[in-house]
Structures are given as C-alpha cells and as structure tokens.
Design a protein around this ligand. Structure first.
Ligand code: NAD
Length: 502
C-alpha cells in the first residue's frame, strides 16, 4: 500500500475492516453469490482523489462477465427464490440487511469517504444513514403492492382484476457522486417488487458496494438476486443496458450518457428510468428571510464539493436584496473547511478526479471570459489532490455558458431580477428541470411560482430537502421516471389484466 494512504489510515484510526479491505490491494466483483475476477483478468485502478494515489484494483468486467451476471439474475428471477418469498419474508430480510448496514456504518462511510473524497461527517449521515433509512422505508411496501378489481360490461358473468408483477431483471448504472446511496436508490425498490438486479458502479467508485455485498452475503442475501459488475461504461455499462434479457434499465448519470443508454434500451423495448443532470434554479424574492436563502444556497451548492445533481447552482435574487444576499453568501464561505475527507472537521473534500477538476477550471475561465464577476474562489488550495475553492460568480446573464451548462462542482452563479415574471422566465430558460426552489413569505406567490417552475421537485424556503418518501426525478432533459417514494415501485412492476368468465 502507498505510504501516503498508510499514513492517512493511521492518522484517522480507521476500522480494522477498512484497513483490511484496502490492504488486500485487490477486490473482486460479485456475480451469482461469488466474488470473481474478470474473465480476462483485466483490472481497473481505483485512486484516492484527495492525493491522486492508487488505492486498490478491481476487475474490469468483459461482456462475457456481464452475460454471466445477467444469467445469474435471470436464474434467480425465474427460479423465483426472491419473487416467490412472502411479502413479510421479503420485508424481514430487507430489514435485516438494513441492520447489517448499520452495524458496518463506520466502515462503509470510511470506504466511501476515501474512494469518493467525501467529507466523512456528511457521508455518515447522508450516504450511509440515508441508505439505511431508504431500506427501512421501502421494506414496508412489500406487503402493500396492490392491483384493482374492475366491473366489466362484457356479456355473461365475469370477474376482472389487475395483478402487479415484478418486471424481471433490472440493469442499473450509477455515477460516482453518491456511489452507495445512488446504488441503493436503484436496488431497493426492485428488491421490494421481487425483481433481481445487475448493477454497475461508476469506474471511479466501486468500493462501498463491494464491501456491502460482502456483509450482505453473510447477512443472508440469496445468490443471484444482486450482482455487481465493476467495469467501464463503454464496455460493461453499454453491454448491460443493451442486453436482451434486461427487462428494465435504471440509469443515473449525465444527460449525454443517459440519451445513449435510453437509445440502447429501446432496441429491446426495455423499460427505462433515467435520472440525469441538472442546473437547478433558486429564485429569491425580496420578502424572504436572507438567512434562509444563504443557508440553502450554501448547503446546496457547496455540499459534497458541489457534485450534487439537484444543487441550486443558479441563484436569482430580486434586485433590492441582491447586494445583501451576495455579501452574506461570500461571508458564509468562511465556514467552509477544505481538508482530508476522513477529517471530521472537513466540510469540503476534493473533486472526484483530475478530469472533473480540469472541467471545473475550464468553466471558471469561461465565466471570466464571458464577463461574469468573480466574487470569490476560482482557484485551488495549495495541497495535493483534486481540490477547488468554493467559487461565486455574480452579475451573470442567462446567455452565458456558466449559467446554462452543468458544471458539477462548487461554482455558484448569482444574478439579479426585477419582477416575478422575469424570474420565472430566467429560471425556466434551461434544458434541465431536475429541481428548483422559491424563497418568499407570500403564500400566494409560493403557489403561483411553484406551479410555473418546470422542475420535478420544487422546494419552498429551502433547497435539496430530499426525503425517501418523496419521489425524485427530472422534467425536461433531467430525465424520465422517478426514484424514491411509492411512485418508484411502479417502475419495477408490470400490470397484468385478468378477465374470468364465470
Ligand atoms: P456519466 O454519465 O459519465 O456516468 C454515469 C455512469 O454511466 C457510470 O457508471 C459510467 O460508467 C456509465 N456509462 C458511461 N457510458 C455508458 C454507456 N455508453 N452505457 C452505459 N453506461 C455508461 O456521469 P458521471 O460523470 O458519473 O456522473 C455525474 C452526472 O450524474 C451529472 O450529470 C449528475 O447531474 C448526474 N446525476 C444525476 C442524479 C439524479 O438523480 N438525477 C443523481 C446523481 C448524479
């Protein structure tokens, strides 16, 4: 193991399990209840974004490996070891898996923090805690999946009803910004409905899911029900979403990749959920509480190093309070602590990779060239790793690329407006529609503006208040379908119509 990594594990007294996982140097993927290497033994190198050092290798799955994983999931589905469990049995197993996660929460958070560069505090609360909460919430739905009876007008005596059935094998693909949590968003709902799954983590961040499979295997997960293939998007990802035995493709990632994934899935007429990019607008009126605006904007765009799909990355402020909000926002940056992800005091870790850092730096240069006013940040702290300082651009206009395009880093653009109509036009003038927020104390305005904002979620006097009970998904080019809430279950169910002549 690299000496920098070794020193870091010592400095932060990680659990023996975290240490052993990394000291192994190589971790296998999980297919048909077994940990296996790629059929050609090819590997991917996983690095620590806080210093660029090599952590471990994982298999780089071939198309043949994906075929094996899909066959295992299909076998588990067709033999009905999972789908035929009684709802209460399935619920009990899900709750047990949640308990197992809780027992290993510290190790999961550490591995996630090291792999994805996440500040450990938020990682424990949101990534791990939120995932456990999701399982416990969803487990209760196993016994509440219902069809309907219908009164028919056909001749003779009939009874008719609809039956909800699991859709089949799910192919899931997730990004690197919430490796564990997004995977659970993809896995738990299909497990509830009786589906089986093949999931491909992002190539940068497979560690937490591989550790989770180890503890879930010990916790009684039946073989073949969940399969994890580690590998590239171009090979393993593309083969998975194009596979004819995948009945449902569930993808989270960027809009350009999502379009390709959707097209591939359509070749087989697989069902598709696409959770894609965003450039979410926050609209702040002069009657709103300035602290609410500033806290929400700060939390939303600077949390997780700005790598949040629904981050409020565009802030529109009514002109009379624009200078006050801007000043308070700049002051709020004093509370940002950039540091080692495992340090409990750290609030902002590195970006995921050199590639993402370069992309953010390029956007910062674009912003300057476009004539936006750089209020703070724009540079990187003097330390190794892929860090960038929190950055605020003011006096932007909607024709600028930094206002229109998803940067996916800690970069906020702030812009003044005069009227409600203008604010709505500015907020909706974007290809994305994942989330939006409105800040005002005027209850009529809340309802007027909320209805007109083109976004899958609208927050009022807050932003990014995501809860497992509320469906999450985008309008426009931010996606198709919903994750979370009972609405998500519909995406993993087929409806069979049954008509019985008596
Ligand atoms: P990405 O699209 O580059 O990659 C996402 C995943 O797709 C990775 O696992 C990758 O290996 C895989 N992939 C790449 N090419 C593929 C192909 N041809 N076929 C199948 N799979 C392929 O996205 P990213 O950079 O990892 O993640 C950041 C993006 O994710 C941002 O745009 C962000 O907004 C979005 N995101 C959206 C949500 C949401 O809920 N809407 C949540 C988190 C992240």
């Amino acid at each position: 193991m690299d000496t920098t990594i070794q020193a870091m594990l010592d400095r932060y007294s990680v659990t023996p399990e975290t240490r052993a996982f990394l000291e192994a140097g190589h971790q296998k993927m999980f297919i048909d209840g077994q940990f296996v290497d790629a059929s050609d033994n090819a590997t991917l190198s996983i690095e620590d974004p806080s210093n660029g050092k090599h952590l471990i290798t994982v298999p780089s799955a071939t198309c043949q490996d994906v075929d094996r994983a899909v066959a295992a999931a299909n076998q588990a589905f067709c033999n009905a070891s999972w789908a035929d469990l009684k709802p209460m049995e399935r619920q009990a197993l899900l709750l047990k898996l949640a308990d197992t996660m809780e027992e290993h929460a510290q190790t999961l958070a550490e591995l996630e923090s090291i792999d994805a560069g996440k500040a450990i505090g938020g990682c424990m609360e949101v990534d791990v805690g939120g995932s456990i909460e999701l399982i416990r919430y969803m487990a209760g739905w196993t016994s509440k999946i219902e069809g309907a009876t219908r009164n028919l007008s056909l001749p003779g005596d009939t009874i008719a009803y609809t039956l909800k059935e699991p859709v089949g094998v799910v192919g899931a693909i997730v990004p690197w910004n919430w490796p564990l949590n997004m995977s659970l968003w993809k896995i738990v709902a299909p497990l509830v409905t009786g589906c089986t799954i093949v999931l491909k983590p992002a190539e940068q961040t497979p560690m937490s899911m591989l550790y989770l499979m180890r503890i879930w295997q010990q916790g009684g997960l039946p073989k073949g029900v969940i399969n994890i293939v580690t590998g590239t998007g171009a090979v393993a990802g593309n083969h998975l979403v194009s596979h004819p035995d995948i009945q449902k493709v569930s993808f989270t990632g960027s809009t350009p990749t999502g379009k390709k994934v959707g097209q591939a899935a359509m070749q087989n007429l697989s069902h598709v959920t696409l959770e894609l990019g965003g450039k979410s607008a926050m609209v702040a009126f002069e009657d709103a509480c300035v602290d609410d605006i500033v806290n929400a904007a700060h939390q939303s765009i600077f949390f997780n190093s700005g790598q949040v799909c629904s981050a409020g990355s565009r802030l529109y402020v009514q002109r009379s309070v624009y200078p006050t909000v801007l000043e308070a926002l700049s002051t709020s940056l004093e509370s940002v602590v950039i540091g080692d992800p495992l340090d409990p005091n750290t609030t902002q870790g590195p970006q995921i990779s050199q590639q993402q850092l370069d992309r953010i730096r390029e956007y910062i240069e674009v912003g300057k060239q476009e004539g936006a006013r750089l209020v703070c940040g724009g540079d990187s702290p003097a330390r190794p790793g892929y860090y960038v300082n929190p950055t605020i651009f003011a006096d932007t206009t909607n024709d600028m690329r930094i206002v229109q395009e998803e940067i996916f880093g800690p970069v906020l653009v702030v812009q003044p407006f005069d009227t409600e109509e203008e604010a709505l036009a500015l907020a909706n003038d974007n290809i994305y529609g994942l989330a939006a927020s409105v800040f005002t104390r005027d209850v009529s305005r809340v309802h007027r503006v909320m209805r007109k904002l083109q976004a899958g979620t609208v927050f009022v006097n807050t932003h990014d208040a995501v809860d497992v009970a509320m469906p999450f998904g985008g309008y426009k080019q931010s996606g198709i379908g919903k994750d979370l809430g009972p609405e998500q279950l519909d995406h993993y169910l087929e409806t069979k119509s049954v008509v019985i002549q008596l």
